[in-house]
Design a protein around this ligand. Sequence first.
Ligand SMILES: Nc1ncnc2c1ncn2[C@@H]1O[C@H](COP(=O)(O)OP(=O)(O)OP(=O)(O)O)[C@@H](O)[C@H]1O
Length: 276
Amino acid sequence: MSKDQWVNHPVIHQLTAQSGQQSEELLALIRRHRHCAKFADPVFELHNGRVAYSDRVIFSGVNWRIDNGVHWQVKGPNGCGKSTLLGLIFGDHPQCYSNDIDIFGKKRGSGESIWEIKQHIGMVSSALHMQYRVNCSTIDVIVSGFYDSIGLYQKPTQQQVAIATEWLAMLHMGHLAKTAFKQLEYGQQRLLLIARAIVKQPTLLILDEPYQGLDYLGRRLIKNSLELIAKEQLTQLLYVSHYQQDSLDSIEHFIEFVADDSHQGYRAEVSGPTLK
Ligand SMILES: Nc1ncnc2c1ncn2[C@@H]1O[C@H](COP(=O)(O)OP(=O)(O)OP(=O)(O)O)[C@@H](O)[C@H]1O
């Protein structure tokens, strides 16, 4: 089938319309429960960032600042340090304390707890997907987003359960609420992890290759939804994707890792309309 035949195929039209409608439902759900902490600029700043292992430097000389309301895409070849950079923000990379970082108005390492920071960040990545191997029901996976935990270890409030139930219904997975997460298909699991990241309406939503494992409809749903979330400023996106076709129209700011012989490891180039 040619690309044109594929794009114009009636089934694809139907799926596209379906994902468009579902994206609107997702947006309505976020608006209904909207609450999002706002911080003074910068939301995040890295000064002269450097990450190195004993055998080599991954990147160095990285200066980057995320201001309120600005969405960013991180680009660069395999192994350049994209996920590493996200780890510095999220706080789960061992070298996040040896770097000079400001996050949510605090200097990293100034006594803030990792949980204080995490409560303002939603994260989806393949690493998280791999870690999420606990015995947990489908609905509990979404609820665990309120606690930033892998699995659920606290009694949730009725409101949290009600919101998670709305998310399941919107994803057409309401009948799977009690099903074990592990029994679901990989794509269904990925959709749930995306819902888990968004459910608490974080200030910063970090998406590291979010479409991995999703089928056509799932990709459309998530891509459309992210586009709408970004446009409406419902949360701020930090988005990593290799593929040009996955770029979001609403993201105009890029940090791209490029190899540079005169530097150690990769260096970063930032671009975007407000940076001129
Ligand atoms: N503990 C470690 N020890 C040594 N090297 C490491 C360690 N952890 C990661 N690396 C290396 O750091 C580099 C950056 O990894 P990272 O996952 O951030 O890259 P990436 O740009 O996200 O790559 P990809 O696009 O393939 O996901 C890689 O070359 C990786 O092999």
